[in-house]
Design a protein around this ligand. Structure first.
Ligand code: IPE
Ligand code: IPE
Ligand code: MG
Length: 228
């Protein structure tokens, strides 16, 4: 495939509705959502997408019940701690954005561990956005600059001080489930991203849907404010 985006962001939405539609508890929707992540990770590698950021837990998601939040953490924990997990098996690099210090200590350790174990892999890089908010990212970036003695910010300085650092801005941001909002995802980094809102609920998302997203992207005419 030609014209593959370098960086895709995915706002994985619809886990709860997927479960409710089947008369199941919302938590089962999240469980199925992890399976969709796994399929998408492998599809990204196959399609030679260099970076893919999964929005897994927002700074606003703490508003949910403790039971639901704990289930999401449990699922992540199990997924990351699995022996010979997909990342190690397929040499996929793992990174995170967002402030991890509010997470349970063992989950923080599991994340640090997988990041360390996969740090030298140069193929696809999967980034999990955890306790991530676009506004929080910008505020922390500016505060980092102030602490380092910076007297005046610039667009470039802010961009490179965000959690995404030197990772290129997303070319394409997908939100599943048909909701058409950004919900505080990578606000600064998304200034010129192409947006696509497929109706599929996240637990049903697979390689076929990803290919459709790429086809939609390939038809877009990115002008960045210029003319062509
Ligand atoms: C997205 O699915 C997963 C997270 C936000 C963690 P939701 O849980 O938001 O699913 P809906 O929107 O209620 O269907
Ligand atoms: C956005 O989904 C956050 C993640 C996918 C992690 P939400 O379901 O939390 O967003 P809203 O509440 O519908 O805007
Ligand atoms: Mg939702």
């Amino acid at each position: 495939m030609n014209n593959i985006p370098t960086h895709i962001g995915i706002i994985m939405d619809g886990n709860g509705r997927w479960a409710t539609k089947r008369g199941l508890p919302r938590t089962l929707g999240h469980k199925q959502g992890i399976k969709a992540i796994e399929k998408t990770v492998l599809a990204c590698q196959k399609l030679k997408i260099k970076y893919c950021t999964f929005f897994a837990f927002s700074t606003e998601n703490w508003k949910r019940s403790k039971e639901e939040v704990d289930t999401i953490f449990d699922l992540l924990r199990q997924y990351l701690k699995k022996d010979n997990n997909v990342f190690l098996k397929h040499k996929i690099k793992v990174d995170t954005i967002g402030l991890l210090d509010k997470f349970p200590k063992d989950l923080q350790d599991a994340l640090a561990n997988i990041k360390e174990q996969t740090a030298s892999f140069t193929d696809t890089c999967i980034i999990f956005a955890l306790n991530y908010g676009g506004r929080d990212d910008i505020v922390r970036a500016v505060n980092k600059l102030i602490t380092s003695g910076c007297k005046q910010v610039s667009e470039e300085l802010i961009l490179h001080s965000l959690d995404t650092g030197d990772i290129p801005e997303p070319d394409l941001v997908i939100r599943t489930s048909g909701e058409t909002r950004i919900s505080n995802f990578m606000l600064y980094q998304m200034a010129y991203s192409e947006l696509y809102f497929p109706k599929v609920l996240w637990p049903d998302f697979n390689e076929k849907h990803l290919i459709k997203c790429l086809e939609v992207y390939q038809k877009r005419n990115r002008r960045f404010g210029g003319l062509n």
